[in-house]
Design a protein. Structure first.
Lengths: 332, 330
């Protein structure tokens, strides 16, 4: 076995926004890493900080955002890079795809010209004739499974369906040969059959290009189908992290447990859905301890004021004073 | 055994929308056919799930039942009353028995009125003003959906998404309808809130014996909540039957691929890789014959020529597929 060498390492990352709630970070003490050829799933509900973490990696938080900690990409701290250095990372080393392809693509430019624009940034192609670029563009569109790519090059986003636009966006992002792809809810807006196609495409790309992928989603089902490892976030903190085979089969954190059991399954009849009472807390009301304490069924006295300890079990770890013991029992 | 009575009957329902205004008399009118000859019945106390991908016509069906759109052809019967063509007081009297819950609660609520007033507003419209009594009724109904009186005095923007959806549910329930139509009521909510609303819906059903038509693209939720399921594709019902016969053993190739495409949150479950290729064709230019045939793995020559009818099979379910009829698909 070769030694796992992470491509991206996030160490003790905290993110907050200036303004009324300046002192309340929306992401607190996040540690994660992802290596080449691996898909890492970040799961969480709205407001859990999963997207903000991703935006921090590519430094897209804007002027109001502040960050603490380290984001090491190939042993270079992205948070300390100058603006010009980060520009050379975005798109070329780290690419990001979004939920809404329709608003990502420029409506008045053809798919081809948007793809070529991304290809012109490629150093290894510099100085080649236009036909080389065109060939490369068609190759990319074929790779992402767009039928009849020659013709599609001249078409505009409104002429393509939602799934095709999603594929076109992935092609544009692959143009720079990135080593890390961040996919922020790439399938949420799509129909289920198209979602299955896009998931298969991302898995194929990950394998063929030996790329690292961070897959952000709120659907544990998608994580089970797609990812190798997963990080479960809630209220800006990591609740549980580890290989999918362990975390989703025998969750130890009560939040993962509840999240898993609160959705019915299509392949079996579930008698009653588990409910997590209450609502997701807003970032200004997060407690000093575990953010899940007021909705947790395993809550004990010290949960509110003390941050729970990190417990490591094999390849997985979780943060909880009173973890779940038994595995998930479906069909209760 | 309880007697099964039909409460709603939808017969040969079709709907086409004008695409473009006919500017000159010699120009051809263009239509888009959204629903083709939909037939189904709902029994009293039953929960029917209508499932399909975007553009399949599931919401249009519900909106026609609600009289938001008028059908191009076909009839809808509530008990023994024909719903299309009702007028005046009679329409009000019969229509009050069917209520609707929208997907987006923020859009369904008036942002300038405290929610409790919106909950009893239907009572004023239908029975006249009697604020004291109606207020009490609204508050007790809000309590039964898990909202306190003080929350009722708030405005929609002060509530969370789950609370807003509870308000919309209470408002739909206040006229004590016999049929509740829920159009994607949970898809805008977070997973942990979804299960709260679904459990509430199940509680309401149990307590009041209400008939539920639940529209969703989420097959797992349909299986959990509904007794029977109708699967739609491009304006046709392709398979229909009891949830416990359809889900474990889908027959129509589309239902099969749809169920196979739903991710299961259990990495131990390994399924056959039968992802359906291609995308849903445009309704403006639908394929001939069976609308699923360009994507269908078991398509035959006949499929592109003739439209298969929805036929009753031996186990009581209905499916519209030549391959199923022939016994190619088991």
């Amino acid at each position: 076995m070769n030694i796992f060498k992470p491509l991206l390492q996030i160490k003790d990352l905290s993110v907050g926004f200036n303004g009324a709630h300046e002192g309340n970070p929306v992401v607190r003490g996040v540690n994660l890493e992802v290596g080449p050829g691996e898909i890492l799933g970040i799961v969480g509900e709205s407001g859990s900080g999963k997207s903000v973490t991703c935006f921090a990696v590519v430094r897209l938080l804007g002027e109001r955002g502040w960050t603490e900690g380290e984001i090491l990409f190939d042993n270079k701290n992205l948070l300390e890079c100058s603006e010009s250095e980060i520009v050379s990372v975005r798109g070329k080393e780290i690419a990001m795809i979004f939920q809404d392809a329709q608003s990502f693509l420029n409506p008045v430019q053809s798919i081809g010209s948007q793809l070529l624009e991304a290809l012109f940034l490629r150093k290894d192609l510099a100085g080649s004739p236009g036909s080389v670029y065109r060939k490369e563009a068609v190759k990319l569109l074929t790779e992402v499974g767009i039928p009849d790519p020659e013709r599609r090059m001249g078409e505009y986003p409104h002429q393509l369906s939602g799934g095709q636009n999603q594929r076109a966006m992935i092609a544009i992002m692959l143009a720079g040969n990135p080593r890390l792809l961040i996919a922020d809810e790439p399938t949420t807006a799509l129909d289920v059959t198209i979602q299955a196609q896009i998931i298969r495409l991302l898995k194929k790309i990950c394998k063929e290009r030996n790329m690292a992928i961070i897959f952000v989603t709120h659907d544990l089902g998608v994580v089970a189908e797609t990812c190798d490892r997963t990080v479960v976030m809630y209220g800006g903190r990591i609740m549980e992290a580890g290989p999918v085979d362990e975390v989703l089969v025998k969750p130890r954190h009560p939040y993962t447990f509840g999240l898993l059991l609160s959705k019915p399954r299509v392949d079996m009849k579930v008698k009653e859905l588990y409910t997590i009472e209450g609502v997701v807390p807003s970032p200004e009301k997060l407690p000093a301890g575990c953010p899940f304490f007021d909705r947790c069924s395993n809550v004990i006295d010290k949960c509110k004021d003390n941050p729970p300890p990190k417990i490591v079990e094999g390849e997985r770890h979780f943060f909880c004073f009173n973890p779940e013991e038994g595995g998930v029992v479906w069909n209760r | 055994m309880e007697q099964v009575t039909e409460i709603l009957e939808v017969k040969n329902l079709s709907k086409k929308f004008h695409l473009k205004k006919q500017k000159m008399p010699w120009q051809k009118k263009k239509y888009v056919h959204v629903l083709n000859d939909i037939n189904f019945t709902v029994n009293t106390g039953e929960a029917l799930g209508i499932v399909g991908e975007s553009g399949c016509g599931k919401s249009t069906t519900a909106k026609i039942i609600m009289d938001i759109y008028s059908p191009t052809s076909g009839t809808i019967k509530f008990k023994s009353n024909e719903l299309t063509g009702l007028k005046g007081e009679e329409k009000k009297r019969i229509r009050r028995n069917i209520q609707y819950v929208f997907q987006d609660p923020m859009g369904a609520l008036n942002p300038r009125i405290p929610v409790v007033e919106q909950v009893y507003e239907p009572l004023i419209i239908h029975y006249g003003r009697n604020i004291k009594e109606q207020y009490q009724k609204a508050v007790s109904l809000l309590e039964s959906v898990g909202m306190s009186e003080s929350l009722g005095k708030m405005y929609p923007h002060q509530l969370s998404g789950g609370q807003r959806q509870r308000v919309v549910l209470a408002r739909a329930m206040i006229l004590e309808p016999e049929i509740l139509i829920c159009d994607e009521p949970i898809s805008a909510l977070d997973v942990s809130i979804q299960s709260q609303v679904v459990n509430l819906l199940m509680k309401i059903r149990e307590e009041r014996g209400i008939t539920l038509i639940f529209i969703s693209h989420d097959l797992s939720m349909i299986r959990h909540l509904c007794d029977s399921t109708a699967v739609m594709y491009m304006g046709n019902i392709v398979e229909q039957g009891l949830s416990e016969t359809v889900f474990p053993n889908p027959l129509h190739p589309y239902t099969k691929s749809l169920i196979n495409a739903i991710p299961i949150p259990d990495p131990r479950v390994k399924r056959e890789d039968t992802i359906v290729e291609g995308e849903i064709p445009s309704l403006l230019n639908p394929p001939s014959g069976c609308r699923f045939h360009p994507r269908c793995p078991v398509a035959m020559a006949k499929c592109s020529k003739k439209v298969p009818e929805l036929k009753i099979l031996s186990d009581g379910r209905k499916a519209a597929c030549f391959a199923v009829e022939k016994g190619v698909v088991q």
